[in-house]
Design a protein around this ligand. Structure first.
Ligand SMILES: [Zn+2]
Length: 64
């Protein structure tokens, strides 16, 4: 499945949660998102869970 750039531009951006460690934007969250999304920072490699409703970024602890 694909979506055109035009359609993406029509979607309302809710926010771009940033990596709390290196400030790189982790992902784009659009209006209507609910639930959690797992992302890995492309710069520092740290993994996070993002609450797409509140845009809260939760660091996944490697120590368990
Ligand atoms: Zn990072």
């Amino acid at each position: 499945m694909t979506i055109s750039q035009t359609d993406v531009q029509k979607m309302k951006l809710k926010g771009k949660p940033k990596c709390p460690l290196c400030r790189l934007p982790l992902t784009f969250i659009y209006e209507g998102s609910i639930g959690y999304s797992g992302v890995k920072c492309k710069r520092c490699g740290q993994e996070f869970i993002i609450n797409t409703e509140t845009l809260e970024v939760l660091k996944i602890s490697r120590a368990g």
